[in-house]
Design a protein around this ligand. Structure first.
Ligand code: F6P
Length: 430
């Protein structure tokens, strides 16, 4: 995996992040790296996430899921970090096992999915670090009843990943369900390289060892200089641009297989760095598709964005047939992959020509190893950004208000937030 900052330097006159500015910042990167390494050594909350390539035991995961041989489908019931990491892996990789995610409580979508499945050959993979998340537990209760109604022994088809305490742990112990622990010190959004993200991947037959090897390769590149570590180069330049007002980051992979990766990145970047009025808002885009929807804004709208372009340099390809249609000869005989690469490079240059900084991230392939590299590098980039911005990267207190309000509205307790919902002003125009 490589990170190319060239277009940031080429647009320095528009935002000030020049080579000299990066050289000055590199001193702070060294201090931040030192802090991160001390946190990793001590197994501190959050920093422990960066030890996962070496601490996760793929054999234990394989052993735990081995009872489910040859499922037709795996339904992961989890939300946020308890779904997005696994989904990034299974949505990017091919498998004979269909992987689905119940990471929302939309009744129509849940019913549609359950009606479409052969529940007798489906594995239900319930994941919750806290074991108390309302959406996850509600969905699981619905899935469990659907299985019972279909005459399927749900306890025989359910696998759990959760903490030592919580409703889900109680339920797993009560019914002696096969389970895996979530690792200590690893926040949800940093848990893809653990039992949380890898159980579903193992159930779908993916090479989870290769995912960890790719991650370990980027772990080995962490150093006290951004010029030696692709992860730190990305984290440092994103921070430096945000400090200069570019507080939006459009993650734009040029691979359909990486679309879910952008969702995973959005949680990582938003929930980790969105604090104290700071942060960098992640935008989700897809190349080449969003050249035809969002690029106008990126080039000619507010000068407040970094665009991150991601691609794989090796992939399957499809030839474009020769044609005698007028004006299309330039396409005939080339391939969709060549066209996609031309679009990628043209968009990169078009952004730079408009003074919009962009970073190129290149993987060899979208495979287990490449995904391991990418996921780990983005996590390390986020941790470094958090250090440079002096925010607590590993907490997310702002999400609790809404949870209390929703619970109060459902009679799950006396929460002042629920009252605030009731007191909302109304100016309805219809
Ligand atoms: O794994 P859990 O505890 O169910 O939490 C799910 C998600 O909800 C959050 O706590 C936010 O509400 C995320 O940080 C987390 O990834």
């Amino acid at each position: 995996m490589q990170v190319d900052l060239g277009n940031v330097l080429d647009t320095a006159s528009a935002h000030g992040v020049s080579r000299e500015a990066l050289d000055r910042l590199d001193g702070r990167v060294a201090a931040a790296h030192d802090r991160i390494e001390r946190g990793r050594e001590a197994g501190e909350h959050g920093y422990e996430s960066l030890n996962l390539p070496n601490s996760t035991d793929p054999a234990a995961i394989r052993d735990a899921v081995s009872r489910f041989d040859d499922p037709s489908a795996v339904v992961t019931v989890g939300i946020g970090g308890s779904a997005l990491g696994a989904a990034t892996l299974t949505d990017a990789l091919e498998s004979d096992v269909d992987a689905y995610y119940l990471d929302n409580v939309d009744p129509e979508a849940v019913e549609r999915l359950l009606d479409s499945l052969d529940l007798a050959s489906t594995v239900v993979n319930v994941v919750s670090r806290s074991g108390t998340t309302a959406e996850t537990l509600a969905n699981f209760l619905v899935v469990r009843e659907a299985m019972a109604d279909a005459g399927v022994d749900w306890a025989d088809r359910t696998f759990v990943t959760t903490g030592e305490e919580g409703n889900l742990r109680d339920l797993a112990d009560q019914h002696d369900l096969p389970s895996l622990p979530v690792p200590d010190g690893v926040p949800g959004r940093f848990s893809v390289l653990s039992t949380v993200g890898l159980a579903a991947a193992a159930l779908c037959g993916h090479d989870i060892e290769a995912v960890l090897e790719g991650a370990a390769a980027q772990e080995a590149r962490l150093s006290d200089s951004l010029f030696d570590s692709p992860a730190y180069a990305y984290g440092a330049v994103s921070y430096a641009l945000a400090e200069r007002g570019l507080r939006q980051n459009a993650m734009m992979p040029y691979a359909e297989s990486l679309e879910t990766f952008s969702e995973w990145f959005a949680q990582l970047w938003a929930e980790s760095l969105g604090k104290d009025g700071l942060g960098q808002t992640p935008l989700r885009a897809l190349g080449a598709t969003d050249q035809h929807s969002q690029l106008q804004l990126y080039r000619a709208g507010p000068r407040d964005k970094l665009v991150t372009l991601v691609r794989a340099t090796e992939r399957e390809d499809v030839a474009i047939p020769e044609t005698d249609l007028d004006g299309l000869a330039y396409l005939g005989g080339s391939s969709l992959g060549e066209l996609l690469d031309a679009e990628f490079e043209a968009t990169e240059a078009s952004l730079a020509a408009a003074g919009c900084p962009n970073v190129r991230i290149e993987l060899d392939r979208v495979d287990e190893y490449g995904l391991g590299e990418l996921l780990y590098a983005m996590e390390a980039a986020c941790v470094l950004y958090g250090e440079l911005a002096s925010v607590d990267t590993f907490i997310q207190p702002a999400v609790e208000w809404g949870k209390r309000a929703a619970r109060g509205l459902l009679g799950g307790g006396d929460f002042e937030e629920a009252e605030a919902v009731e007191e909302k002003s109304r100016l309805v125009v219809e």
